[in-house]
Design a protein around this ligand. Structure first.
Ligand SMILES: O=C[C@H](O)[C@H](O)[C@H](O)COP(=O)(O)O
Length: 177
């Protein structure tokens, strides 16, 4: 199905949408928030991929102009390059106008689990620098509580991060350094 909304209402009752169709519809809706000239955070995963495809198409059609994309993974970098989306990084563009990405879980308070696709750290860097963050999910990602899917929980570990944690802990005990 080509998810070019709106769908004709007469055929709605006969449509059976796949999970991928739903991802695409959500992704295309998010892309409507993009304006020419924006610096965009480009998410990772099977849902965000539809958004990146759509951005590439709108650029080719001349409906979007002067977009700069900041990818959140090597895979997204390669996809965007193949679509001709101009790319940059946070050093050159420390403020991102809008980021679009999927999520692994969303609870009723809009808390998220992200990173099951393996790009948690870069996503946090890019999406933490954005003015607006649009998260696109199909209903399979909705949970009553974080962890409710019962699937793996992405965990981030690095020497520098544990260093930060140790420093915070030391300060809590009233020590410096
Ligand atoms: O690291 C991956 C990202 O957080 C993805 O946005 C997340 O895993 C959702 O991916 P998908 O859209 O493929 O379900």
């Amino acid at each position: 199905m080509e998810a070019g909304l709106p769908l004709p209402s007469s055929s709605l009752s006969q449509l059976i949408l796949t999970q991928d169709d739903l991802k695409k519809i959500a992704a295309y809706k998010a892309v409507e928030y993009i304006e020419s000239g924006m610096v965009l955070g480009l998410g990772t995963g099977s849902t965000a991929k539809h958004a990146v495809d759509r951005i590439g198409k709108l650029l080719r059609q001349g409906k979007l102009k002067d977009i700069v994309g900041i990818p959140t993974s090597k895979k997204t970098h390669e996809q965007a390059l193949s679509l001709g989306i101009p790319l940059s990084d946070l050093d050159s563009h420390p403020v991102v106008d809008l980021a679009i990405d999927g999520a692994d879980e969303v609870d009723p308070y809009l808390n998220l689990v992200k990173g099951r696709g393996g790009s948690l750290l870069r996503e946090k860097m890019v999406e933490g620098a954005c003015k607006k963050f649009v998260v696109i999910v199909d209903e399979s990602k909705l949970v009553n509580y974080i962890g409710g899917s019962g699937l793996a929980m992405p965990v981030e570990a690095s020497e520098s991060l544990s260093g930060i944690w140790l420093r915070c802990k030391a300060q809590n005990f009233g020590r410096k350094g």
